[in-house]
Design a protein around this ligand. Structure first.
Ligand code: MLT
Length: 408
C-alpha cells in the first residue's frame, strides 16, 4: 500500500501565489472585459535584453550543428558561467568566491527548498515572519515541524517577527536555531540589512554553530552603496553562510530559469560524532544525483549579462523597475497609506487602511480598483494588516493602478 508523506497534510493552505491566481481568474471570468492590473506575484514584465537574446540564439545555433552540439553538461554548471559569476558578481566587488563554490540551478525557489535535504531532520529552523512562504512550507514538508497552531505558527519552527517597530529586521532568537533563513533585500517588506546587522548575524551563527541560508535574490535592486549585496562582504561569513542568488528578477529570467547558490568550501556542518563535514560536498552529491544542469543556451544567455553591454542593459531594466517603485511609493504615501520598502527592493509594503485584514483589502482592491497585490498575511501571521505591491509591472499599468487606488 502506498502511503503519503503525512507532513504534507500539515500544510495549512495551498501555496500563496496559485491561490491568488485562482481568485483573480475567478474574478476575470465573472467580469469579462475588465482590465485587471497585476502587481501580485513578483513576475517581471520587461523582455530579455538584446545582448542576452543574441547569446541565447547563438547557444541554440550551436546546438543545431553536429560539431558544436552539446549533450549533458556539468551538473554544477558550465565553467564559463561559474567563472563569469565569480568574477563579476563577487571578485569585482571585493569578495573572493572561487568558481568551484558556485552551483548553477534552475531557481532559488528550488534551491532554498531543496537545501534542507542535506541537513539533519532534527535541525531547528529559524524563519522571519513575514517572509517568502517557501521556507516555512518546505520546512513542514521535510518533517521538521508539528502541526500549525492557533496563532498561525507551525510547532517546531523558531519564528522571528519582523515588524515596523524593529524595521523588519528580526532580533536574535532566544532559542538557538541550527539553520537560519534570512532574505535581504527582503521579500515581502522591502527592508534591507545594514553591514552592522549582517555582522551581528554572522557572529551569532559562528557562536552557535548555526548556518545562515541567505536569500539574496533581490541584491541587484540595492541602490544604497553602504548596504552589502552579499553576506560574504562580512568577515567570517564563508564559514557560516550559504548564499542564494537568481537571475529571475535581476535579468528577466523568471520564465527562462537560472539561479546560483554559493556554498563556500570552508562551510562545515557536523555529523553525529561532531566531526565537521563539508556542506558543499553534500550539496554536490545531491546536485549530481538529482539534477542534470540548466540547458546550454540558457547558461550562454546568462553569461551575457556579465559582459559590459549586458551589464548596462540589465541595469537599465533594474532602474526602470526601481523608478516604478518610487512612483508607487510616492503615490501610495500621498493617498494616505503608511508605506515601507521600495527604495532598495522592488516591493512596496503598506499598512492596510482602517485596520482591514490583508485578504479583505485584497478583495476590495480586486473588486473595486481591479488591481491585484499580495495579502501580507500570506507571508506569515505578522504580515496580517499589511499588503505587498510588486514594482515589476509596466510603467503604464503602474501609473493607472496608482490612479485607481487614489480614486478608491
Ligand atoms: C514573489 O512574488 O514573492 C516571488 O515572485 C515569488 C518567487 O520568486 O518565487
Amino acid at each position: 500500500m502506498a502511503t503519503i508523506n503525512e507532513h504534507y497534510m500539515k500544510l495549512a493552505a495551498g501555496y500563496l501565489f496559485p491561490e491568488i491566481g485562482r481568485r483573480v481568474n475567478e474574478f476575470v471570468k465573472a467580469n469579462p472585459g475588465i482590465k485587471v492590473i497585476r502587481m501580485g506575484i513578483g513576475d517581471v514584465t520587461q523582455p530579455l535584453t538584446p545582448t542576452v537574446v543574441k547569446a541565447f540564439h547563438e547557444g541554440v545555433d550551436e546546438m543545431s550543428k553536429a560539431d558544436t552540439f552539446k549533450g549533458y553538461g556539468p551538473e554544477q554548471g558550465y565553467d564559463f558561467l561559474r567563472e563569469a559569476i565569480a568574477e563579476h558578481a563577487y571578485r569585482s566587488r571585493g569578495v573572493d568566491i572561487p568558481a568551484d563554490d558556485i552551483f548553477i540551478s534552475d531557481g532559488s525557489k528550488c534551491d532554498t527548498g531543496n537545501i534542507q535535504e542535506i541537513f539533519g531532520s532534527d535541525n531547528k529552523i529559524a524563519i522571519c515572519d513575514p517572509v517568502y512562504p517557501v521556507y516555512a512550507d518546505t520546512t513542514v514538508m521535510s518533517g521538521k515541524t508539528g502541526k500549525i497552531q492557533a496563532n498561525g505558527y507551525y510547532e517546531g519552527i523558531i519564528y522571528m517577527p519582523c515588524t515596523a517597530e524593529n524595521h523588519f529586521i528580526p532580533a536574535l532568537p532566544a532559542e538557538s536555531p541550527d539553520l537560519i533563513f534570512l532574505c535581504y533585500p527582503n521579500n515581502p517588506t522591502g527592508a534591507v540589512a545594514t553591514r552592522e546587522e549582517l555582522k551581528k548575524w554572522v557572529e551569532y551563527a559562528r557562536e552557535n554553530r548555526s548556518i545562515i541560508l541567505f536569500d539574496a535574490a533581490y541584491e541587484a535592486f540595492i541602490r544604497d552603496e553602504s548596504i552589502p549585496r552579499s553576506i560574504y562582504e562580512i568577515d567570517g561569513a564563508k564559514e557560516v553562510a550559504i548564499e542564494f542568488r537568481s537571475l529571475s528578477k535581476t535579468a528577466g529570467f523568471t520564465g527562462t530559469r537560472l539561479a546560483y547558490t554559493v556554498i563556500p568550501a570552508e562551510l562545515m556542518a557536523f555529523d553525529a560524532e561532531d566531526n565537521p563535514v563539508q556542506v558543499k560536498k553534500l550539496w554536490n552529491r545531491r546536485h549530481t544525483t538529482k539534477f542534470n544542469g540548466v540547458s546550454y543556451p540558457v547558461q550562454k544567455a546568462a553569461a551575457a549579462i556579465f559582459t559590459p553591454e549586458g551589464k548596462k542593459e540589465v541595469q537599465q531594466i533594474i532602474d526602470y523597475y526601481m523608478e516604478n517603485a518610487s512612483i508607487m511609493k510616492k503615490s501610495l504615501s500621498e493617498t494616505g497609506f503608511t508605506v515601507y520598502g521600495g527604495e532598495n527592493a522592488p516591493y512596496i509594503w503598506v499598512k492596510t487602511p482602517n485596520g482591514m485584514k490583508s485578504w479583505e483589502f485584497f478583495d476590495k482592491l480586486l473588486n473595486e480598483a481591479n488591481v491585484v497585490g499580495t495579502p501580507g498575511s500570506g507571508f506569515g501571521p505578522s504580515g496580517e494588516g499589511y499588503f505587498r505591491f510588486s514594482a515589476f509591472a509596466n510603467r503604464e499599468n503602474v501609473i493607472e493602478a496608482m490612479e485607481r487606488i487614489r480614486n478608491l
